[in-house]
Design a protein around this ligand. Sequence first.
Ligand code: C2O
Ligand code: CU
Length: 457
Amino acid sequence: ATSLGALAGCTGQLPGSDDGARGREVSPRATVTAEPDTSVSLTAASGSIRPSPDTSTTNWMYEGQFPGPELRVQEGDVLSVELTNDLQEETTIHWHGVPVANPVDGVPNVTQDPVASGDTFTYTFRAEPAGTYFYHSHVGLQLDRGLLGPLIVEERDPHVEYDHEYVVVVDDYLPGEPELPSDGGMGGGGMGGGGGMMGDIRPPYEGLLINGRLPENPQTFDVTEGERIRFRFVNAGSATVFGVRIAGHEMTVTHADGRPVEPVDVDSFVFGAGERYDVVVEATNPGTWAVQADALDGNEPPASAVVEYESAGEGSPQRPSPASNQLRYRDLRAISSLDGVNGDPDRTFDLTLSRGRGQSYTWTIDGQAYPDADSLQIRPGEHVRIRMTNQSPVVHPMHLHGHFFQVGNAIKDTVIVPGHRGQVTIDFHADNPGRWLFHCHNLYHLDAGMARVVRYV
Ligand code: C2O
Ligand code: CU
């Protein structure tokens, strides 16, 4: 059985297919009261980081680490995290991609009161299904200040074989206080690479990071010839779409947003803020090779790390060749199907994604900017379809809390809607009652209103 089987098992899924009566057995996921298998404290506080030996800056962090500490548990374990807020402002933690019970989802004023400065809040949930996730603050622009970290839920029975794994958190780096301009224009240079970014805001990032390190100070991933290495890539950036390559090697994509897929061999993939890919690389090409993540809409030097074979001598890493076999969404085929989304949907939303028209800088879903926006109302057990059309020139990585969705043949929780009238349709089973945010994971778009609450009624 795959991890998805386990998921279906805990959701009150009706047996059989559409029968018009579904929904009755879907009830809110209970808050976990069992003894935790793992208990962790995360203190959010300001501190100083050193992304390269001669750069140091103030950042906000969990436990004084950036990225925050890796949380790693076994599928099905109960994880309890006590958040202590030592910041001067309110905060929360969201468990990006994990379909937790609604009260611990970490969305301020939707699922909980924000945690005040000096206060604590405990999040307890069952970590399932297995997958590559991350956690981050869901207040304002705090994610871009550094309040993020990886969350790995290990399979009890992995369907991929590998000898060794590395977590690769790709991020954009903005020292100092991020600020939103009131007029919609970002002062200063570096405004996201011209063409196609018309009217958009992408902060002038001072660098791109892998695991908190600037390209001049790359992390080394040691490998031994003959090994199979699993890399878990997380796009924890706030406004950057990255194109990822590993020089000298093919990547076999095995998971999209933590969900297992039929293996696909590629030489590159693109991911938006909030997306994750797991890949397996066969270490058959000794040398010193760059892992490179280029901003597709920025001018910064690419985020970099190094794959170094034991046998390799000194020397600078070889850069990857241009991508010729890039992953496409249509290549992704989930290993098991998502239950509850067969046939015609019970409810369909047609949503337009666009820049707001008023004086102030807003981004809208169907003309409304959150929080002054209607919720999307659904009923328990429904098969819900959301069709999105992007009326802006920039991409929107759209993320749904609390559920996985089907997009094409893949199962994901975050999906890029391309610019210039790009259209994407997602289908999900309303199996987790509550109030869930659905939003663009470009933090600046989210902060400017590109969100709706999906509300069970
Ligand atoms: Cu990582 Cu509301 O999201
Ligand atoms: Cu967006």
